[in-house]
Design a protein around this ligand. Sequence first.
Ligand code: GLY
Length: 303
Amino acid sequence: MNKIAIAVHGGASENYSFLREHQQEFALGLAKATEMGYEVLDKGGSALDAVEEAVGILEDNPLFNAGRGSALNSRGEVEMDASLMDGKDLQAGAVSMVRTVKNPIRLARLVMEKTRHVFLSGYGALELAKKYGMEIEAESYFITPYQYEVYQKLNKIETMEEIQKKKMKGTVGAVALDLQGNLAAGTSTGGISNCLPGRIGDSCVIGAGCYANNATCAVSGTGEGEYLIRGVVGHTISMMMEFDMPLQEACDYVIHERNKKLNGEMGIIALNQMGDFGISFNTEIMKRAWKSSSREIQIKLFD
Ligand code: GLY
């Protein structure tokens, strides 16, 4: 039997008190996303379906910074980014500055499958969501007490210059391998707390926070989006593999060596067609879980 595999992440960041206080709930959230994504694969579903399912579950979970539970920008609003990519044919879909759409990752898939474009933002993305009857929620649905508290704390003390320097972040993502040997990646985020309105991170940038190619690997990134974009992190890991570097080595090289000059805080999960996982981060922690047909589920919140 061919191997199936899935990995998910719930963000790379500093070790923060809210995580320590809610360890069990975070672990359960990662486990649910992994198991539900794995079930899709086990029933013969595609890697793309599994990634969409796993990321959608994390978007619905208010603990994680994506969908419900998204970080608030400096105006106290939620603007979300998401993307996914199919390693089989390099098809991709992405959305940015999305408001009120319950699951931006599903909207990214709509962009990929129902339009002739790769990337839609703002009102155009919302119009597409409405045209296809996607679930829309009130702005208040997305705002959790925790994220509101973080926003209030940061917003009170900052000048515009300080806002640009702030590093509160988080993202969710998944990579999967299906029975047909296809890889896929998906990433979704509410961005960085108290960021400038209209700021767009790496999670919706194909080649930065999301990339998949059956010939190499699937990658989902997390961390400081500005650095993942400038380091073209997802695509660079894939390129290192094209030049015959093994998966874990390519992940470590890009996160720890190549990133040295930029010095961005980031993490990635990756997967190849053999079902090998690559995990690398230079932050204090990265919340993550993974499972394959040859390995029971593993969940890690910290080191
Ligand atoms: N990595 C998420 C962001 O920077 O928006």
